[in-house]
Design a protein around this ligand. Structure first.
Ligand code: ZN
Ligand code: ZN
Length: 324
């Protein structure tokens, strides 16, 4: 799934994912067939009584009632309450269902999709050192993941907790912090998203070390952008523009998923004020600096943020500084 999402993200690079999705939703005609099959299975399951464990032959698929020889139990991310031995499907029904939730109890399955997403995420992280474009693709992967699970904030919360607690990713972040690598900055949006979800108590039971690691990586991301006048910040304008876009994307993801946004609103505001202050004090040529920042901003995201983040377009300092 992660690979496919990445491919999708790369082929349409440069165009904001969240906007693209809205524009192309209508064109997704191919999905309607499988949607029909899925709802047929749902209807079938609600129509039949759930077979009780005693009288059901475990070799028979409870959906199509065939003895196909390939009936296997549905795996669950968290084991369901009570007897789940009847939650099983044959291969054909599994393919027709095509979703990462159990059709009987709607619990998230431990199917390849979720695990693959996390593994792909970590692989991308480890292969994207010092490559800002590859790092940005991680953020797009996260965006696509959130869109695929729109209306399922509980799935997003659990997957984000798994990512935050992943040992391999944790070791990679620790090493990056120690060596002051730059890649965490290029995927700031992902870390802000996780950190603010943790801060809002959405990643229930998150390990304290994972929590502290998120705080450290976020602090390291802010540092080069908030050095103050004595140590002027002369990073390439692209980084300043890209950082603001990352903040906006993190906020948009949480907003669309119906999750806590207060922390991310504060992140966008802090990032926006830093950006405007940097433009005011930089020794770079103002016009070329504006142009290069704008190459990394998306007006569609800015427009979505005027009211919820700043109150209005006129009150949006980023818009005022870079588009007026
Ligand atoms: Zn079946
Ligand atoms: Zn189930």
């Amino acid at each position: 799934m992660a690979e496919e999402a990445k491919k999708k993200a790369q082929t349409a690079a440069g165009q904001p994912v969240l906007i693209r999705k809205a524009n192309t939703a209508a064109a997704a005609g191919a999905a309607s067939t499988s949607a029909a099959t899925t709802s047929a299975i749902s209807a079938c399951i609600s129509a039949i009584c759930q077979p009780s464990a005693e009288d059901a032959d475990p070799r028979v698929c409870p959906i199509c009632f065939e003895m196909t020889g390939d009936v296997t139990p549905v795996k669950h991310l968290d084991p369901p309450v009570g007897d789940a031995s009847s939650h099983r499907m044959c291969r054909a029904c599994r393919q027709a269902w095509g979703q990462s939730i159990c059709p009987f109890c709607k619990e998230v399955t431990t199917a390849a999709e979720l695990v693959g997403f996390i593994q792909g995420f970590i692989r991308t992280v480890s292969s994207s050192t010092h490559d800002a474009n590859a790092s940005a693709a991680v953020l797009e992967t996260i965006q696509l993941f959130e869109m695929e699970h729109e209306g399922q904030p509980s799935v997003i919360r659990r997957v984000y907790k798994m990512i935050a607690e992943d040992a391999e990713l944790g070791a990679q972040i620790d090493a990056a912090l120690k060596a002051q690598h730059e890649w965490p900055r290029d995927m700031a949006g992902v870390f802000w998203r996780l950190d603010c979800a943790a801060e809002a108590g959405e990643l229930k039971g998150l390990e304290p070390t994972a929590r502290m690691r998120l705080q450290s990586v976020v602090a390291a991301i802010w540092r080069p952008f908030e050095r103050g006048a004595r140590e002027p910040n002369e990073l390439d304008p692209h980084y300043h523009g890209a950082l603001y876009t990352q903040a906006l994307v993190a906020w948009l993801c949480a907003w669309r998923s119906g999750m806590a946004t207060d922390g991310l609103v504060a992140v966008v505001q802090r990032c926006g004020r830093n950006l405007v202050e940097w433009k005011r004090t930089t020794k770079m040529h103002k016009d070329s600096c504006t142009g290069r920042v704008r190459e990394r901003l998306h007006t569609e995201y800015l427009q979505l943020s005027h009211e919820p983040i700043w109150g209005s377009r006129d009150a949006d300092p980023v818009w005022q500084a870079f588009y007026k």
